[in-house]
Write a protein that binds this ligand. Structure first.
Ligand code: PEP
Ligand code: MN
Length: 286
């Protein structure tokens, strides 16, 4: 029987689920994150620490990234850590800190949800709810964030094909939420010199087949602080609607991912270059 929910254009070799399909919708989707629009003509910068560690760490970092040009603040309150002995995040206390600094800076916040039981809590505090790489195919979680009433940032699973990534997004739309941002964050390959391999071809591919906005996270993709400016520039040149980078006010003291966190000064320098690249491809940085 013919599968009417999928459409296979001649120039790709996988099936596009119907709700995320560019052909199924007039125009592209602009996701509104508490007033910040992603998927429009301006490139959006999301920055902040990997994890919310303390009031001082979050607030100092947030003030810096705000003054240097970020439009959205990131910070994990619930952290998916490979080891059970690593810092797991501050939980609800972290969410409260994020909402306090949002009040001061005006920056909308993005933070991760890992558990279906915490979707309501996280959605109450977050402006943008993140589903992390490790949970890209956690189908109960995808259904729950589909019903949460807040925009969702879905990170590509580290082993996921583009088709699997789009099907994960399809779950969220199918459950009633069309405010979805796709985030390419690197995939596992044979290459070991970087933490993951940044699949920049995912950017034009996703934008070729889907109406959803696409952003790039060069921090988790490379795991190398010095490489982040280069890959951020490349992401914007490739057509990304935004980038998400980790910034820490004192990376050497970070409880999570300090090695890949930019200092506020590094971040400031990078933004100067990103404005030039955005201009070269006919865009501006928000
Ligand atoms: C993160 O962005 O905080 C994170 C844990 O990233 P990922 O899910 O891509 O590993
Ligand atoms: Mn991190």
């Amino acid at each position: 029987m013919e599968n009417i929910s999928c459409n296979i254009p001649v120039d790709i070799n996988f099936k596009i689920p119907s709700l995320v399909d560019l052909q199924g919708k007039p125009g592209t989707t602009i996701v509104d994150v508490n007033g910040v629009k992603i998927g429009d003509s301006e490139v959006v910068i999301i920055a902040g620490p990997c994890a919310v560690e303390s009031e001082e760490q979050l607030f100092e970092t947030a003030r810096s990234v705000n003054s240097y040009g970020a439009s959205i603040l990131r910070g994990g309150a619930f952290k998916p850590r490979s080891s059970p002995y690593s810092f797991q995040g501050l939980g609800e206390e972290g969410l409260k800190l994020l909402s306090e600094i949002r009040k001061e800076t005006g920056l909308p916040v993005v933070t991760e949800v890992m558990d279906t039981k915490q979707v309501e809590l996280v959605a109450e505090y977050a402006d943008l709810v993140q589903v992390g790489s490790r949970n890209m195919q956690n189908f109960p979680l995808l259904k729950e964030v589909g019903m949460c009433g807040k925009p969702v940032m879905l990170k590509r699973g580290m082993m996921a094909t583009i088709e699997e990534f789009l099907n994960a997004a399809e779950y969220i739309l199918h459950h009633g939420n069309d405010q979805v941002i796709l985030c390419e964050r690197g995939i596992r390959t044979f290459a070991t010199s970087t933490r993951n391999t940044l699949d920049l071809s995912a950017v034009p591919m996703l934008k070729h087949v889907s109406h959803l906005p696409v952003i790039v996270d060069p921090s988790h993709a490379t795991g190398l602080r010095w490489m982040i400016p280069s890959m951020s520039k490349a992401a914007i040149a490739a057509g990304a609607d935004g980038i998400m980078v980790e910034v820490h006010y004192k990376p050497e003291t970070a409880l999570c991912d300090g090695h890949q966190s930019l200092t506020p000064d590094d971040f400031n320098d990078m933004i100067v270059d990103l404005r030039k690249v955005a201009g070269a491809v006919g865009k501006t940085i928000l």
